[in-house]
Design a protein around this ligand. Structure first.
Ligand code: SF4
Length: 337
């Protein structure tokens, strides 16, 4: 009777490291299934500039079955109050990994995987990839001994897959740190030519996004997915506790802002001049005048005279007009998020 092949669930982000981890498993004769996560903040797990299209494409090129899991409101709630705190921005990397790994554990049960594989490299990410964090993540996700990290495995305690003979530890790597030199030479060994550059990744690590998200959490008990999506579009101005202005930076953002407007909200655009579509979110009174001034400021309208600003609803129905002149930067800079 032939011995069953060991089976691994590989966390695939589409970045180089997770692709190498997958390639290593395939080379060692392990049966693999790739898993990626979509959150309200990024399309798929961090891993360096990956996106949904990239991940499915990588899985297809690597000849592996691919499955995507979505984390929604529970993820937002975790980001609001992470047990293990934030990294440099609003990135709760340890809690994020724990949440993803717990879900991955369920998937392992469903598909009958013996262990899980990630592309994590010891010391590459300060918050979540130091040995202590890796141990915490394993423990709290209930996967102690079940997570194999082929790129750094020989620097870490042996996992069940190694001690039980499913994987030969001697053929795993001892890579650490932020340099990608060893990964690039390993990619060449595997004949991998197409992979994303390092960097990019999760918006929660970005300073500007973090400031907008912090503001959202301060002003909304339970932000919806629309509020989260808006954070990634345009310039944001907190005009008062009840009102925020979002200003489009180009045609694509103008279209997106219009499409994200909700019934009862007011959109603005300067009449007769090229300029942004602006959305007033929340209750507004006097803030409307400031918003119109900001809207003129970011348009091509002359800055030394009054122009007409059109107010309209989400269905482009004209609600009225106001006359406004461009607000000087020193008057609106304090509102900028
Ligand atoms: S950078 Fe941190 S918060 Fe963002 S997806 Fe990766 S682990 Fe999660």
């Amino acid at each position: 009777m032939s011995k069953r092949k060991p089976k691994a669930l590989v966390m695939l982000s589409g970045g180089l490291d997770s692709t190498l981890a997958l390639a290593t498993m395939k080379e060692l004769g392990v049966e693999t299934l790739a898993l990626s996560f979509k959150t309200p903040f990024c399309n798929f797990d961090c891993g360096g500039g990956a996106c949904a299209g990239d991940v499915s494409d990588v899985a297809r090129r690597m000849g592996v079955k691919w499955r995507a899991e979505e984390l929604g409101e529970e993820y937002v709630e975790m980001v609001r109050k992470p047990k293990h705190g934030y990294g440099s921005g609003m990135n709760p990397c340890i809690d994020c990994r724990i949440m993803m790994f717990r879900r991955a554990k369920e998937v392992m049960g469903e598909v009958g995987a013996d262990f899980m594989v990630t592309g994590e490299v010891v010391g590459q990410r300060p918050m979540s990839q130091n040995p202590k964090a890796l141990e915490t993540i394993e423990k709290e996700s209930g996967l102690k001994g079940k997570i194999l990290r082929p790129l750094s495995a020989r620097l870490l305690p042996p996992t069940d897959a190694e001690t039980e003979g499913m994987v030969d530890r001697r053929r795993l790597k001892a890579i650490s740190g932020r340099s990608r030199k060893e990964q690039i030479s390993l990619a060449a060994e595997f004949g991998l030519k197409k992979y994303p550059n390092a960097g990019g990744g999760c918006v929660l690590t970005e300073k500007g996004f973090a400031s907008r998200l912090r503001d959202l959490f301060q002003h909304s008990e339970k932000p919806g997915m629309r509020e989260i999506r808006l954070l990634g579009v345009g310039r944001h101005f907190r005009l008062s506790d009840s009102c925020k202005l979002v200003v489009g930076r180009d045609m694509v953002e103008n279209r997106e802002i219009s499409s994200l407007a909700e019934p009862g909200e007011t959109l603005m655009a300067v009449q007769d001049y090229v300029g942004p579509v602006c959305l007033l979110v929340g209750q507004h009174g006097e803030e409307g005048g400031t918003a119109a001034g900001i809207c003129v400021r970011y348009s091509d309208a002359p800055k030394d005279r009054e122009v007409t600003v059109r107010l309209f609803d989400k269905d482009e129905k004209l609600l009225g007009t106001v006359v406004a002149s461009a607000l000087a930067e020193e008057r609106y800079a304090k509102y900028r998020l």
